[in-house]
Design a protein around this ligand. Structure first.
Ligand code: TRP
Length: 349
């Protein structure tokens, strides 16, 4: 018997939501977010940003959170955070997130949403928090000790989702334990105090995870990612430097030829062609020709996005206005939800 936590069940629900979205988009409230620890890259774009824009344009209610309090879950500084937040807004706008349709906001500007943390913490046990596999993995990857925030941030993520009564959360597979915890918290709150919160489901990406240029997991620390904000020249340089192998004939073989295959996957996603087709076309052209093809594919796809981004880079006042308006709306919604929570809990004096 598959249990409720299993990936297969999440995938089935995700597919059902996709069908529902096509029929009655207005019934869905999406919330998702990013940690502002650096620039967004092609993995973010094809993995989630593009999908957010689609949901937005279909007519779902869409909310995007810049999760600034999550930055300090596994690092001890907020250096560069303001710059990262502004640049994240620029990436969003450049990629087609429309601030008239989508609310863009930050954790730290919405006190009433953060206050949900108190009742929510009372609904989970220490043991439940301690067995979250994603928290464990993040602790190991960062080498950071298990602070109170690292242990409990999945509860805070439930506040993110539930303050706006989100019912669809587009996320990667690693975030499923957090969605499950959100469902648990909503259910327990509703059982204990009366129904306030909706049932939440993950919307899993249909595009397979895009590897980095060298075929490894795409990561800032590996230098194998292309950022949305890079110039065409920076992109060309990064592709030129990426590691391939000594075999001239280009073939798609992710196991044995991670470098060549990472480049092929990057070109494939930008052109809509298959890796094998591109490999066959380049054939004995070798990695020089492959890199030229990838560079043109990436720069061609991102040219209009980057052109828009440049306009926002030159208009920081507008970027700030977008965020201030998003934060204002988020506060309105959070105050409303917190009032319902106080009411349900009998804390109205
Ligand atoms: N934890 C998510 C990540 O690392 C970011 C995030 C914060 C988020 N709050 C969220 C995602 C709420 C979905 C819903 O990518």
């Amino acid at each position: 018997m598959p249990n409720e936590n299993s990936y297969e069940v999440a995938l089935q629900k995700s597919n059902a939501i996709r069908e529902g979205l096509a029929k009655t988009p207005e019934k869905f409230t999406m919330l998702t977010g990013d940690r502002p620890t650096g620039r967004l890259h092609l993995g973010h774009y094809f993995g989630t940003l593009k999908g957010r824009v689609e949901l937005q344009d279909m007519g779902a209610k869409t909310n995007v959170l810049i999760a600034d309090y999550q930055v300090i879950t596994d690092r001890d500084t907020t250096e560069h955070i303001q710059d990262n937040v502004y640049n994240m807004v620029m990436d969003y706008l450049a990629c087609g997130i429309d601030p008239d349709k989508t609310m863009i906001y930050t954790h730290s500007a919405v006190p009433a949403a953060n206050q949900l943390m108190l009742p929510f913490l009372s609904l989970v046990s220490e043991a439940e928090l301690a067995r979250n596999p994603t928290v464990k993995a993040e602790m190991e990857a960062s080498g950071h000790e298990l602070t109170g925030l690292l242990l409990t941030y999945p509860v805070h993520q439930a506040c993110d989702i539930l303050f706006c009564k989100g019912n669809v959360v587009p996320v990667g597979r690693d975030q499923l334990p957090h969605i499950e915890l959100t469902r648990t918290i909503a259910r327990r709150f509703n059982n204990r105090y009366g129904k306030v919160f909706p049932e939440v489901d993950a919307l899993l990406s249909e595009t397979p995870l895009l590897p980095g240029l060298d075929g490894r997991k795409m990561s800032k620390s590996y230098g194998n990612a292309i950022n949305i904000s890079m110039t065409a020249e920076e992109t060309a340089k990064r592709i030129k430097k990426s590691q391939t192998d000594s075999e001239r004939m280009i073939t798609f073989d992710p196991e044995n030829r991670p470098g060549v295959s990472g480049l092929l996957s990057t070109a494939a996603i930008c052109t809509g062609r298959s890796e094998v087709e591109i490999a066959e076309e380049i054939g004995m052209g070798g990695s020089g020709q492959l890199k030229k093809y990838v560079t043109e594919a990436v720069n061609g796809y991102f040219a209009p996005i980057r052109e828009r981004r440049q306009r926002y880079e030159n208009d920081l006042d507008y970027v700030k206005d977008v965020l201030h308006e998003g934060n204002r709306r988020a506060n309105e919604i959070a105050e409303q939800t917190l009032a319902e929570v106080r009411d349900a809990m009998g804390m109205v004096y």
